[in-house]
Design a protein around this ligand. Structure first.
Ligand SMILES: C[S@@+](CC[C@H](N)C(=O)[O-])C[C@H]1O[C@@H](n2cnc3c(N)ncnc32)[C@H](O)[C@@H]1O
Ligand SMILES: [Zn+2]
Length: 288
């Protein structure tokens, strides 16, 4: 299932080490994750979310304001996976961050006796360390989603929650009968925050369905639209985990943190199945 990021042969677990037949080896970190990120697949020295963002995300998610998003993901996942519940199914949370959604999905699948192996993958080492604290019986990996270390078409379910969508990578990983669940921000997500930060806030939504169209057929969309009431501590965590904070002045931030804040949440949850007529093509190097 896991493949070597160097030579793409299968990786086998020997004690606390993953090893391929060409003797490339990867030790388990003391926290429990495996780092399969090659230097050549890093886009910066410390890729992905940093420790402060990860900590803020954990504190925000633990306050429970996004639990209904997680519950809806879990229900959609169970609906799909119950069909193959008699076999071991492989689940991947791509860009899993600190593991809030992955761990809750893993628990929900266990509660429904859906036998599975769960992989949470993120490019950030700090995120993987935090995820290890959420669960010791899941497989946490540091890797680049664009070079995910798995056999092709091996995942019965892939979740992609609030990450950049990488359709080609998803198509390469998804089993022919598999599903991809994508959570993305709707146009009015965090409306009041944008209104406070930007002079002319833009309420445009990312076109997840269009982004996936080359490789996937859209199945269904659930829209979650509700207001959350945040105390100033939780607002501070939210600000620290979103890119909006970098664009806001200290005065604006102070204003947002001076009183409880009612914020609109608008999330699209889309499920996709692979279009088999369009198998993913490798990139061709036209430079020769
Ligand atoms: C907005 S956060 C969402 C995290 C988590 N899914 C959640 O909703 O709590 C985006 C995550 O994607 C990770 N990420 C960014 N680029 C990545 C890549 N190329 N491969 C894997 N993970 C990546 C970041 O480190 C970060 O944890
Ligand atoms: Zn190898």
């Amino acid at each position: 299932m896991l493949t070597c990021p160097v030579c793409q042969q299968s990786l086998v677990l020997h004690d606390r080490q993953l090893r391929c037949e060409n003797n490339h080896s990867f030790d388990r970190a003391k926290q429990g994750y495996f780092n399969l990120l090659l230097n050549t697949a890093k886009n910066s020295k410390q890729p992905g979310d940093n420790a402060a963002m990860v900590q803020a995300r954990t504190a925000f998610l633990n306050a429970g304001h996004y639990q209904s998003i997680s519950d809806t993901i879990n229900q959609l996942a169970i609906d799909h996976l119950l069909h193959g519940a008699d076999t071991e199914q492989h689940i991947l949370d791509l860009g899993c961050g600190e593991g809030y959604y992955s761990e809750r999905l893993h628990q929900a699948l266990n509660d429904h006796q859906i036998s599975h192996t769960f992989y949470g993958l993120d490019i950030s080492k700090d995120a993987a360390k935090a995820a290890c604290k959420r669960s010791k019986d899941m497989h946490w990996l540091v890797a680049n989603a664009n070079h995910a270390p798995f056999a092709e078409h091996s995942m019965q379910l892939i979740t992609n929650v609030f990450n950049r969508i990488m359709p080609k990578a998803l198509a390469k990983l998804c089993a022919p009968n598999g599903r991809v669940l994508i959570a993305s921000a709707g146009a009015f997500h965090l409306q009041q925050l944008k209104e406070a930060i930007y002079a002319t806030p833009k309420f445009v939504e990312y076109d997840a369905i269009g982004a996936m169209a080359d490789y996937f057929e859209h199945e269904q969309r659930h829209v979650l639209d509700f207001t959350m009431s945040l105390n100033p501590d939780t607002t501070a965590h939210l600000l620290a985990m979103t890119p909006h904070v970098w664009r806001s002045s200290p005065e604006t931030q102070q204003g947002l943190l001076s009183a409880p804040l009612d914020l609109r949440v608008q999330i699209n949850l889309d499920s996709f199945k692979p279009t088999l007529e369009n198998p993913p093509q490798e990139d061709h190097n036209t430079q020769g």
